[in-house]
Design a protein around this ligand. Structure first.
Ligand code: ANZ
Length: 831
C-alpha cells in the first residue's frame, strides 16, 4: 500500500521535534492563543482512548490558530503526585519516584505517537522540585495571609489507605480508590480557608463561558443559604444553643432541637449520659454521606431542655445523625410541621407537631409551601411570599438581640494535608505541635527525601516521620522539626496552567509579563467527571494569586468545554456471555459470530477490562495509524457527547485517508498539476473551507470530517495545485502526519504545513446553484421562481410571494397550507 502511516507518522513526529515546529514564542507583540487540556495522572496503564479524545479538541484548535498566524501555547504536563501513583508504587514494590518516571516516559511516548502539537520544551510534572518549589511558595503565602492554618477537625480517615481523604474522594462511605471503609476522626490538620472565597467563587461564575451543568456543580458545592442564627437558652445552664435556620419565620413551630452527636456542647449539657455516649460511638463510624442518606431516623433525647426565645416554650434537646456537625452551627431548631426531615423524625419519635404556616393539605407531610404565619403571636397573618415573613422575623430577632441575619455556605475549608509520602512536603518548621515559621523562598524547594519505606503508617503518622535525619532541624540552639504531612493531590494541579506560561523561571512562579500575555487560556478542555473540586481549588488559587498581585485576572478559565466519554460496542451471545470484537462480524444489518449464523446482541457500554472492550491506543496506532485514530475519534460525534467506539468504524476512516492520498497521486507517483482549477472544483473547495472553519470553532469535528468526505468524493480526479494545497491544509489539524507528507512530497513544498496561512473561504464560490421552479396556487401553475434546490420552505414561500404573477392570485385570500417538496413542487392552498 502506498499510504503507509507506520513510516510516515514517526518520521513527521521526529521532524516536528527537531524543527521545534510547535514551540511557543516569547514574542509578546503577536496575538496569542493558549489551548489548554486538563493534564493527566501518569498511570502505569498508559493512555486510554479517552485521553486522545479529550486532547484532540485543544490540538485541532491549536493547529488551526497557528496557521492563522497566532502565537500558540499548547502545553502538556503530568499531575504526578497523589494517591494513584503512590498506591501503584506500593503494589509494585518500587519507589514512587521510579514508577512515576516510568509512567511519564510511557505517556510522553504515547502522546507523541498521537501527533499532538505540544510545545515539549514546556512539559512539566508536579512532582519535580523545580515545579513544586512554587507550590510550596504559594502555600507559605497562604500561611502568611492567614489562609492556611492548623485546626482540629473531623476528617475522613481511611485506615486501609492510612490517610485522610477529601470529601470527593469518598463515595458512599468508602474510598474512591480501593473501596476501603472510611471513618470520621478528629485530627489536627492543615486547612486552606477556601470558605473566605465562597462568595467570590459563586458570583465569579456569572461571566464564565462554561457548560451550565458545570456551573451548577460549582454552585451546589458552594451551597449558599440565607437565613438567621437564633440563640436558645439551655434550662438550668449558662449555655446557649445557637442554630442556623433558613426559615426563622417558623420559629414558633420549633417543638424540639437537635444537636450533632459530636458537637462539644453535648457533653456539657447531656443528662442521659449513657444513652448519649452509646449513640455517639455508633455515629462516629459513619461517613457524612451515609448520615445524610434518606434512611430510618435515629436519635437520642439528651434529657436537656431549651427555651424557645420567642414564646418561652420548653423543648427537648436531642442528638441525631441527620444533623451535621460541620454545617451551619451543628445544631437545629426542628420544625416538623414545615420541614420534611423533622416531620419524619417527629413521627418516628412521637414528638409534637405545631403548624405555624397556613395552608397544609390533609395528604401532605410537612407543609413546605407558601402561606401566612399562624400560631405565632403578634406575627400572625404575615404572608411568607417574597421572603416577607422571614425578613420581619429577623428584624424582630435582631431588635430583641435573640438572633441575627446569617448567610451560610455548604463549602468547607480545604483539608490540605495527607499522611502520605508521595506529595509536596509542607514547608514549615515546628516546635512540637507549634508552628514556628514557614521556609523562606530561598530555602525552597524543600525536597521530598528518599526513604526506604514509604508505606503509610497505621498510626496515622506520615511515612516521612521515619526520615528522622530530615525531620529534625537545628536552628540556633533550638531543635525544630519539619511537618511530616504532605500536600493533597489537588495542590499541584491548582496552578499548573500558570507555570506553562513561564516554566523555567527560577525567580518567580511565573513572570507577570508572561502571565499577562498568555493568561487566561483561550480554551480549557477536559472531562466533566471529578472536576468540581479541581475547578474550585484552581479558581481559589487564581483568586488568591490575583489578590497578592501575582496575576492580573481573578478567574483562570473563562472558557471551558468538556468532552464526552468514549464508550464501546459490546457483543453478547444468547447466554449473555461477552464475545470479543475479533470474533464478531457485521452483515445483513446484524451481528454474528465470525463465520457462523449465531446472532449476537450489540450493546453500548463503558469500556472495561472485564468486558474485553477496552481500546488500546498503541494497538490502534500500530494497525491503523494515528491519523486514522484522530479522524475516527473526530468523526464519532459531537465533542461533548458520549459516543461508542466501533472496531470496524475506524477502518472506514482509514479508507477515507487512503482516498485522500490517492487524490494527490497517480498510482504511486505524485500527480499535481499547475493548471488553473475549474469553477466547479473551486465551489467544492470553498464550501469545504467554509464548513471546516465554522465547525472547528464549534468543536463540531464530526461534521467537519463529513465535509472533507464530501469534498474528496466530489473532487475525484481534480489534480490542480490550487485545489489540493488548501485541501491538505484543511486536513492538517485532523490528520497532521498525512497532511505534512502530502505537502512535502506530493506538493513539493518546504517548511512544513503548519506555517502556511490558513485558507479562507471566498464567498464568491459559496453562492448556491439556483434552479427554476413552477409555483402553483390551488393546483394551477401561476408563475416561476429561481431558488437553490435545497432552499427551506420559508425561502421558497418568500420568493413566490415576491413574484407578481403569483401574488396576484394570493391577494385578499388567506394562505391555509403550503405543500413544498424542495426542487420539485410548491403549491399554495388559499381560501
Ligand atoms: C428550621 C427549619 C424550618 C428549617 C423549616 C427548614 C425548614 P440549607 O438550605 O441546606 O442551608 N439545618 C441547619 N443546619 C443543619 C445541620 N448542621 N445539619 C442538618 N440540617 C441543618 O438548609 C438549612 C436548613 O437545614 C435549616 O433551616 C435547618 O432546618 C437545617 F420549615 O431550620 B431549618
Amino acid at each position: 500500500m502506498a499510504y503507509d502511516p507506520s513510516t510516515i507518522e514517526p518520521r513527521w513526529q521526529q521532524w516536528w521535534l527537531e524543527d521545534e515546529t510547535f514551540k511557543a514564542e516569547d514574542d509578546f507583540d503577536k496575538p496569542k492563543f493558549y489551548a489548554l487540556s486538563m493534564f493527566p495522572y501518569p498511570s502505569a496503564k498508559g493512555l486510554h482512548v479517552g485521553h486522545p479524545a479529550s486532547y484532540l479538541a485543544a490540538d485541532i484548535l491549536a493547529r488551526k490558530r497557528r496557521a492563522q498566524g497566532f502565537n500558540v501555547l499548547h502545553p502538556m504536563g503530568y499531575d504526578a503526585f497523589g494517591l494513584p501513583a503512590e498506591q501503584r508504587a506500593i503494589d509494585e514494590g518500587v519507589a514512587p519516584q521510579v514508577s512515576t518516571d516510568e509512567a511519564i516516559a510511557n505517556f510522553r511516548r504515547q502522546l507523541q505517537m498521537c501527533g499532538f502539537s505540544y510545545d515539549w520544551s514546556r512539559e512539566l510534572s508536579t512532582a519535580e522540585p523545580s515545579y513544586y518549589k512554587w507550590t510550596q511558595w504559594i502555600f507559605t503565602k497562604l500561611v502568611e495571609k492567614g489562609l492556611a492554618y492548623r485546626s482540629e477537625t473531623f476528617v475522613n480517615w481511611c485506615p486501609a489507605l492510612g490517610t485522610v481523604l477529601a470529601n470527593d474522594e469518598v463515595i458512599d462511605g468508602k474510598s474512591e480508590r480501593g473501596n476501603h471503609l472510611v471513618e470520621r476522626r478528629l485530627m489536627p490538620q492543615w486547612m486552606v480557608r477556601i470558605t473566605d472565597y465562597a462568595e467570590a467563587l459563586r458570583t465569579g461564575l456569572e461571566d464564565l463561558d462554561w457548560p451550565e451543568m458545570t456551573k451548577l456543580g460549582q454552585l451546589e458545592r458552594i451551597g449558599k443559604s440565607e437565613g438567621a442564627e437564633i440563640d436558645f437558652k439551655v434550662q438550668g445552664h449558662d449555655e446557649r444553643i445557637t442554630v442556623f435556620t433558613t426559615r426563622p419565620d417558623t420559629l414558633w413551630g420549633a417543638t424540639y432541637m437537635v444537636i450533632a452527636p459530636e458537637h462539644p456542647l453535648v457533653d456539657r449539657i447531656a443528662v442521659h449520659r449513657e444513652a448519649v455516649s452509646a449513640y455517639q460511638a455508633r455515629t462516629a463510624a459513619m461517613s457524612e454521606i451515609d448520615r445524610q442518606a434518606n434512611k430510618e431516623k435515629t436519635g437520642v433525647d439528651t434529657g436537656a431542655r431549651a427555651v424557645n426565645p420567642v414564646n418561652g416554650e420548653v423543648v427537648p434537646v436531642w442528638i441525631a445523625d441527620y444533623v451535621i456537625y460541620g454545617y451551619g452551627t451543628g445544631a437545629i431548631m426542628a420544625v416538623p410541621a414545615h420541614d420534611q426531615r423533622d416531620w419524619e423524625f417527629a413521627n418516628a419519635m412521637q414528638l409534637p407537631i405545631v403548624d405555624v404556616i397556613s395552608g397544609r393539605s390533609s395528604d401532605e407531610g410537612a407543609h413546605v409551601g407558601e402561606g401566612a404565619m399562624i400560631n405565632s403571636g403578634a406575627f400572625n397573618g404575615t404572608p411568607t411570599s417574597g421572603r416577607q415573613a422571614i425578613s420581619v422575623v429577623i428584624d424582630h430577632l435582631e431588635k430583641e438581640a435573640l438572633g441575627r441575619r446569617k448567610t451560610t455556605y455548604k463549602l468547607r475549608d480545604w483539608t490540605f494535608a495527607r499522611q502520605r509520602y508521595w506529595g509536596e512536603p509542607i514547608p514549615v518548621l515546628k516546635d512540637g505541635d507549634e508552628v514556628v515559621r514557614c521556609l523562606s523562598a530561598e530555602e525552597l524547594p524543600l525536597e521530598l527525601p528518599l526513604v526506604d519505606d514509604y508505606k503509610p503508617m497505621r498510626t496515622g503518622a506520615s511515612p516521612l516521620a521515619r526520615a528522622e535525619g530530615w525531620v529534625q532541624v537545628q536552628e540556633g540552639d533550638q531543635t525544630l522539626s519539619r511537618e511530616t504531612d504532605t500536600m493533597p493531590g489537588s495542590a499541584g494541579s491548582s496552578w499548573y496552567f500558570l507555570r506553562y506560561c513561564d516554566p523555567h523561571n527560577e525567580a518567580t512562579l511565573c513572570s507577570r509579563e508572561a502571565s499577562d500575555y498568555w493568561m487566561p487560556p483561550d480554551i480549557y478542555v477536559g472531562g466533566p467527571e471529578h472536576t468540581v473540586g479541581h475547578l474550585l481549588y484552581a479558581r481559589m488559587w487564581q483568586r488568591f494569586l490575583h489578590d497578592i498581585g501575582e496575576v492580573r485576572d481573578p478567574e483562570p478559565f473563562p472558557k471551558l468545554r468538556h468532552q464526552g466519554m468514549i464508550t464501546a460496542f459490546t457483543y453478547y451471545d444468547a447466554r449473555r456471555r461477552v464475545v470479543p470484537w475479533d470474533q464478531v462480524e457485521e452483515r445483513d444489518g446484524g451481528f454474528f459470530r465470525k463465520g457462523t449464523d449465531e446472532v449476537l446482541d450489540q450493546r453500548i457500554e463503558k469500556m472495561s477490562k472485564r468486558k474485553g472492550n477496552v481500546v488500546n491506543p498503541d494497538e490502534v496506532v500500530r494497525t491503523q495509524g494515528a491519523d486514522a485514530m484522530r479522524v475516527y475519534i473526530c468523526f464519532l460525534g459531537p465533542h461533548d457527547q458520549d459516543k461508542p467506539w466501533s472496531p470496524t468504524g475506524i477502518e472506514g476512516q482509514r479508507r477515507f485517508l487512503e482516498r485522500f492520498w490517492r487524490l494527490f497521486h497517480d498510482g504511486e507517483e505524485p500527480a499535481v498539476s499547475e493548471e488553473p482549477p475549474h469553477e466547479a472544483a473551486l465551489r467544492v473547495l470553498h464550501r469545504a473551507i467554509a464548513k471546516v472553519n465554522e465547525d472547528i470553532e464549534r468543536l463540531a469535528f464530526n461534521t467537519a470530517i463529513s465535509a472533507l468526505h464530501v469534498a474528496v468524493r466530489e473532487l475525484g480526479g481534480v489534480r490542480s495545485r490550487a485545489i489540493l494545497e488548501p485541501l491538505a491544509q484543511l486536513l492538517s489539524p485532523f490528520a497532521p502526519h498525512l497532511a505534512e507528507e502530502l505537502w512535502a512530497k506530493a506538493l513539493g513544498r518546504e517548511g512544513g504545513i503548519s506555517r502556511v496561512p490558513w485558507p479562507q473561504a471566498d464567498t464568491r464560490y459559496l453562492v448556491r446553484d439556483r434552479i427554476k421552479m413552477g409555483v402553483q396556487v390551488l393546483g394551477k401553475t401561476r408563475g416561476e421562481i429561481e431558488i437553490p434546490p435545497d432552499a427551506p420552505e420559508a425561502e421558497a414561500l418568500a420568493a413566490a410571494q415576491a413574484e407578481a404573477s403569483v401574488s396576484r392570485h394570493l391577494e385578499g385570500k388567506s394562505l391555509v397550507k403550503v405543500i413544498y417538496k424542495p426542487g420539485k413542487i410548491l403549491n399554495l392552498v388559499v381560501r
